[in-house]
Design a protein around this ligand. Sequence first.
Ligand code: DSN
Length: 434
Amino acid sequence: MSTSVQDLITQEQERQESTIQLIPSENYTTPEVMAAVGSVFMNKYSEGYPHKRYYEGNEIVDQIELLAQERAKELFHVPHVNVQPYSGSPANAAIEMALMEPGDTFMGLQLASGGHLTHGHPKVTFGGKFFHSEQFGLNDEARIDIEGLRKLAKKVQPKVIIIGNTAYPFELNFEIFAEIAEEVGAWLVADISHVAGLVVSGEHPDPVPYAHVVMTTTHKTLRGPRGAMILVTEKGLDRDPKLGDKIDKAVFPGLQGGPHNNTTAGIAIALEQAAQPAFKEYGQQIRKNARALAARLQTNGLKLVGDGTETHLMIIDVREWGGGTQLAYAMAQAGLVANKNTVPDEPNSPFYPSGVRIGTPSVTTRGMKEAEMEQIADWITEIEKLTRQFDLPKDKTQRKMILQAAREWAEQAPELKRIREEVRELCAQFPMYE
Ligand code: DSN
């Protein structure tokens, strides 16, 4: 007999409840947001924009979309917002389409340096296939190589420079990027998907005074539903008063059909929640927790890319033994859920990378503080030491075998079973939802 969907929902809820989510792009959205996303707004088609729809019956949908737009404008201090992108990747595709013609050159941070696929990862992505993409990287301190970026920009004269990150633990200095974009006449796009919640709580530099266009997903540190928004700044409109229209046209009809109005309703709620004083405290605690986690890991002898963090995330650097995959798997068996990740100048392939990415948005939502971060760091340290026995062989033909052995070990290791129970106990003290 097949399992029912309701059973699987219950199982997933139990998994989330009893494990510690360390994937820095994940969070637990609020019950109010979930109720809105599951609401009757799901039933309605509404291609177009408020008061310019192709279907009847959108009087109330217009209000929810305008409300989400107004809240976003107020929270981020921008004059124009599009809340329709289905998620971050389509939003970036829409921006690229609005600002460039096929074949034009744009620049973004390499994926292996902590960028994102949609920032021009060559060959396989929309941006890499339809435009000419040039990628910049990091310097020896694992920081964005500003002089390298400037030199490349002068050489290739990009139409667009996208600044954003998914696995880069340091603050982004948008002022410098704006200076370079101005030197070459490029549009500056800031993708703040990972740090939007930190930006609104004053815990990360704000791109709005410097970028022409800002994109953010709504479900990461912002803690809303899975979705995205494109913000057009005053600076963007000063350069081209039609920029808002161009972005809107690229989203619909350029790339998408009907907006997901249920998501729009969830975004409107999340934006109101993010405007409350409690959200500022949340943003502060995310960073305090990240600093505490990083400090304890380092005291315990683990290496972090760039020696630490200024944000919500960090990358444990295990290039010494090449065990990103093995460590992430063993941690998950113990109830500490993270993801394997490449490190700068990755010596192995993205399938066998030398890092594990962790972050604090979810644990902070559960109410955990510095003391719990130290406990989590101690568990990770213990697991890392145990997992070193499965160092990645130089001989590539033996890699699958080692991975398999590491998995079999992790599934029955008594130390991991013990930590799993301790994790369960800690989670019970910090419920996902009251
Ligand atoms: N998948 C997201 C992340 O994990 O960072 C980026 O889109």
